[in-house]
Write a protein that binds this ligand. Structure first.
Ligand code: PEP
Length: 249
């Protein structure tokens, strides 16, 4: 039985004061007997602050990106080893905003996942189709292509990843995939993992992301292959994030 994982993606939001307030409110509201894992993926400049705030708590720390390179002349990038020094346990890779605004290819994303795994950081690999791709019935083809690159580069380590299915048209738009729509894609991804490794199919958590909120979390999280959520907007409000965590328990 896979445990659920609720991961917040703060994107480019926060401040020293706001982060402290948000983390303290989430920690205060979390049920000590909860079974779901919880993580927050913060802007890199705040990782040190959050390492101090979250160490020894039930909230794991995540980054929003990671370099595929070990070190050297890669201005602006952060290596897995550097992130590890700041207590990072998860790294989002291939978020659609990075694919869209930074031209990240499927192979680049797969190599980022590989660098994370080599350092003992769990990559949260994002896949998802655009509205045009959904409307032209390409959803399955797109998400399978994106995941195939990660499977190809990561071989037997594939059971150590987390996948997040994030339909691009649902991110930050208030439009959510219905539980049935999301489940159908999650089942495709699960079957693809199974073809690569039965262990991976059993172990890998497949999160849903795209306007998940306090009102729709329970129905999405009740689906057989939805093992948690990657939460953007609702992760910035303690009460909403706590409701989603509660729905996962
Ligand atoms: C995201 O950015 O990964 C996301 C799912 O955002 P939102 O929840 O705001 O749609």
């Amino acid at each position: 039985m896979r445990t659920k994982l609720i991961a917040g993606n703060w994107k480019m939001n926060g401040s020293l004061a706001d982060n402290e307030q948000l983390c303290k409110a989430i920690l205060a509201g979390m049920n000590t007997s909860q079974t779901a894992g919880v993580a927050v993926c913060a802007p890199a400049v705040y990782l040190s602050q959050l390492q101090n705030l979250l160490s020894g708590t039930a909230i794991a720390l995540g980054s929003q990106d990671i370099s595929s390179h070990e070190k050297g002349a890669f201005t602006g990038e952060l290596s897995a080893a550097m992130l590890k020094e700041f207590g990072v346990r998860y790294a989002i890779v291939g978020h659609s905003e990075r694919r869209q605004y930074h031209g990240e290819t499927d192979t680049a994303v797969a190599l980022k996942a590989k660098a994370a795994l080599a350092a003992g950081i769990t990559p949260i690999v994002c896949v998802g189709e655009s509205l045009a791709e959904r409307e032209s019935d390409k959803t399955e083809e797109v998400v399978k292509r994106q995941l195939a690159a990660v499977i190809h580069e990561n071989g037997h380590c594939i059971s150590e990843i987390v996948v997040a299915y994030e339909p691009v048209w649902a991110i930050g738009t208030g439009k959510t995939a219905t539980p049935e729509m999301a489940q159908a894609v999650h089942a495709v991804l699960r079957a693809q993992l199974h073809a690569a490794s039965s262990v991976a199919a059993e172990r890998v958590q497949i999160l849903y992301g795209g306007s998940m909120n306090a009102a729709n979390a329970a129905s999405l999280l009740s689906m057989a292959d939805i093992d948690g959520g990657l939460i953007g907007g609702a992760a910035l409000k303690a009460a909403d994030f706590l409701s989603i965590i509660a729905a996962a328990n």
